[in-house]
Ligand binder design. Sequence first.
Ligand code: FAD
Length: 454
Amino acid sequence: MVTQQTPTAILETVRSDPHLPGEVDIVIVGGGIAGVSTALFLAEKGLRVCLCEKGQIGAEQSSRNWGWTRQMGRDPSEMPLSIESMRIWRSFDTQFGIDVGYRETGITYLCRNAREIREAEGWAETGRLFQLPQENLDAKRIADVLPGIEPGFTFALHTISDGRAEPTMAAPAIAAGARARGASILTECAVRGIETAGGRVSAAITERGAIPCSAIVVAGGAWSRLFLGNLGIDFPQLKLLVSAARIDNVSNVPEMPVGGGDFAFRKRLDGGFTIALRNTNIAPIVPDSFRLLPEFLPTFVKSWRELKLRIGRQFVNELAMPRQWALDGETPFERVRVLDPAPHEPFNRRAVRNLRRVFPAFSSARITDDWAGLIDATPDGVPVIDQVEEQPGLFLSSGFSGHGFGIGPGAGMLMAQLIAGETPLVDPAPFRLARFRPNGRKNAIRLTPIAGKA
Ligand SMILES: Cc1cc2nc3c(=O)[nH]c(=O)nc-3n(C[C@H](O)[C@H](O)[C@H](O)COP(=O)(O)OP(=O)(O)OC[C@H]3O[C@@H](n4cnc5c(N)ncnc54)[C@H](O)[C@@H]3O)c2cc1C
């Protein structure tokens, strides 16, 4: 029998504030890891913050993910932010008193063929460039680092300062930390759009009324493109369906997250494991697949091995979804409080079979739940963390392309610093929205601080 252990069933519920606040400095749209981290670091600076979540805090991608917090495999342009994010994960407990279930266990990636070894060795160069503590493991070291593994692997990449956190704990705990520092947190409160005065953002219009503010951060995950589209702003973003499962009844398996070409697992704090088929995702064909084909074609070509194109209900649902709306009636955000797509169960079952071949300890594993999430991908797989140049006072933190859990805390700190006009913890240039505009890479950054120490 399948028990009720889906991420949303065990997600820590953050109750909503009963009333809208008065005027605030910043409204944040979305209570995933990006939104709550931004709220925390803005509230730390003493700014007045209100976070609005259309459903429940963390209920979309941020609770459904595998819980890997890794620098390994990151695009070089994301490395500085990944490194800073790991510092924040480590310090949540000690510096902020927030328990996110973080454990610095290290992460190991096992290579099964020459192509995977070449790719891992290639990435190890990036790791060395950033002085990441890491080790290339040979067959003997693999057996030392991963006791219980079947012999056969001759190469693995092991990053020592990577780790894992608990997705069902993290976003709610960070939201509670933001609230403890003065932020308002509203759930079941969709933001329908924005109001402007003199060309600048002047209010967020929610389903419960207006919140006057001078800045809005869109951290809407898979919904950001739709939200910005209603404002006439193009944000190229497509969704990919990733399935995962929980398994129980396994012991004597490493504490660290381990991936191979066709499996991934992470031990959970509750003793179970989150597992998935690695490098195999479903790309649902939707109307945006055609609209955004020119931008995404190079990615599709590069990742054809990993993507399974599927046409189904989502095409019809998105075709029927309004792309423009007035702010005084129901919007798509209120109609879908939580994106809860059906998992592709055969992938999860295949992942368990693959795992059993590599770690016999998984022979007795039993799937006790399956779920899926829709990840929000940009054409280059790097997020946008930036001011939206077309609309003064509007900021965007989205497009985390399947790895935003790990870098979410750093993204939150960076966004808070950009808004406050402080020196950013990393160079924000790789995260600019303008890179997706014609001649975008040449545009200068023009940030208008709304407050802060400069
Ligand atoms: C199965 C799976 C496995 C993954 N594994 C990993 C991993 O191991 N490591 C890793 O780093 N990343 C992983 N990821 C990716 C990671 O989960 C995401 O990149 C990250 O959670 C994105 O956070 P977010 O805050 O941008 O979006 P989300 O968590 O999706 O949050 C966005 C929120 O905005 C809300 N919202 C949208 N529009 C509105 C509106 N108009 N008004 C109010 N609220 C709104 C939504 O309801 C939602 O709660 C995985 C993802 C999936 C699906």
